[in-house]
Design a protein around this ligand. Structure first.
Ligand code: APR
Ligand code: ZN
Ligand code: ZN
Length: 361
């Protein structure tokens, strides 16, 4: 059997997305069919539409999603029909060198559904990040589904599937922020704001939010930043040093993805501190630093892919904290929209006036 559902498709480079009826197959071995309840609008969806990821049009967009498993294919035992799940874009293999060494968050061989979803004329769709969740139903690998407590709001839960997890994980997994640490977060959009929340959760004593937009700084303050710096008005490196007794922060999280903000992060940390790069640079960007400073300042320069998260470990834990009122995921849902409003949400995202627009189905 197949399913005809409404979905948001990017047909060509830079062209506005369209609402289409697509065909979704029943799950085969190792696959799960998920009825989507909510899906956040992320920059990566826009990058796909602009042809910035690859040329495999048409794309089925959407990847920050939560929903209910409708059916599963042969051999699937980890999730069952009726489970409320968050989708992830790194279903780990369990077999590769990283997985076998007990570091599955670095899995080199993550996988997606094998069967293709198609347009009405049979054209195969490329699902964004192997998910494609701006759709009433989508087909994924069962390992892309993580069961969490049904009591969570789908709009908030789905955000853990990408940007919010990246930010929280940059702080708690990659940066190893601990009780009493000083942390600076450069760039407080969806990802940076989540890094502020993650640092707060981990017990950081000082959390300095840096941005060029006062709205983002006000928001970071509401989410737990103890200090804010507008780097249009003040040198952020000086400001962070001033706020940390002249030393610099123990952990600096770069959530913009540009060489100039990376340099700020590099110099704004204390000796032997940690820099975490979670913002995603473009292929053209280059970084130049005195190698002597890299050596002499010691510490760790780390990158955080997807917050170094392990969905099976992190999603249920973070949802439990959310339900206990200790993690404000609702704060990231700026607005909820309908499936046919994704294009409008891209414009709003471009203007920078939302943390997340979330499609609710
Ligand atoms: N200094 C400080 N902040 C900056 C600067 C700068 N030079 N330039 C931009 N910013 C701020 C913006 O004002 C905005 O608040 O960085 C933030 C970026 O946030 P978003 O555009 O909402 O992006 P976000 O979803 O948080 O993702 C951040 O990670 O996933 C990647 O592609 C994504 O590179 C992007 C980054
Ligand atoms: Zn693996
Ligand atoms: Zn995303």
């Amino acid at each position: 059997m197949t399913h005809q559902v409404r979905a948001v498709v990017a047909r060509g480079k830079g062209a506005p997305v369209s609402l289409e009826t697509i065909t979704v197959p029943d799950p085969g071995p190792g696959e799960a069919l998920v009825k989507i309840e909510a899906c956040g609008v992320c920059h990566t969806d826009l990058h796909y539409r602009e042809g910035g990821i690859n040329d495999d049009f048409p794309f089925l967009l959407g990847h920050e999603a939560a929903g209910v498993v409708e059916s599963v294919g042969e051999g699937v035992t980890d999730v069952a029909p009726g489970d409320f799940v968050i989708l992830n874009w790194r279903a780990v293999c369990g077999q590769c060198r990283a997985c076998l060494r007990g570091r599955p968050w670095y899995c080199f061989s993550t996988h997606n559904a094998k069967q293709k979803m198609t347009l009405a004329d049979g054209t195969e769709l490329s699902p964004a990040l192997g998910i494609g969740a701006f759709a009433e139903k989508t087909l994924v690998a069962a390992g892309q589904c993580t069961k969490v407590d049904r009591a969570a709001s789908a709009a908030a839960a789905g955000l853990l599937g990408c940007g919010v997890m990246a930010g929280i994980g940059a702080a708690i997994n990659t940066g190893n922020v601990g009780r009493g640490d000083s942390v600076a977060v450069i760039g407080c959009g969806g990802v940076g704001a989540a890094a502020v929340v993650g640092s707060n959760l981990a017990g950081a004593a000082k959390i300095i939010a840096v941005d060029i937009d006062d709205l983002k700084l006000d928001n970071a303050k509401k989410l737990g930043a103890t200090h804010t710096v507008n780097s249009k008005d003040a040198d952020p490196v000086e400001a962070i040093r001033d706020l940390t007794g002249g030393f610099g922060a123990d952990v600096v999280i770069e959530a913009v993805g540009r060489p100039e903000t990376y340099k700020q992060a590099f110099y704004a940390r204390d000796l032997a501190g940690t820099v975490v790069l979670v913002g995603v640079p473009t292929p053209q960007m280059k970084l130049e630093l005195p190698l002597l400073d890299v050596f002499g300042r010691g510490g760790a320069l780390k990158s955080s892919w997807y917050g170094d998260c392990l969905p099976s470990r992190d999603f249920p834990m973070l949802i439990d904290l959310y339900l206990q009122g200790r993690l404000n995921l609702d704060a990231f849902v700026t607005e909820t929209i309908a499936l046919d409003e994704v294009e409008k949400a891209f414009e709003r995202m471009h203007r920078g006036d939302v943390l997340r627009s979330v499609v609710v189905l």
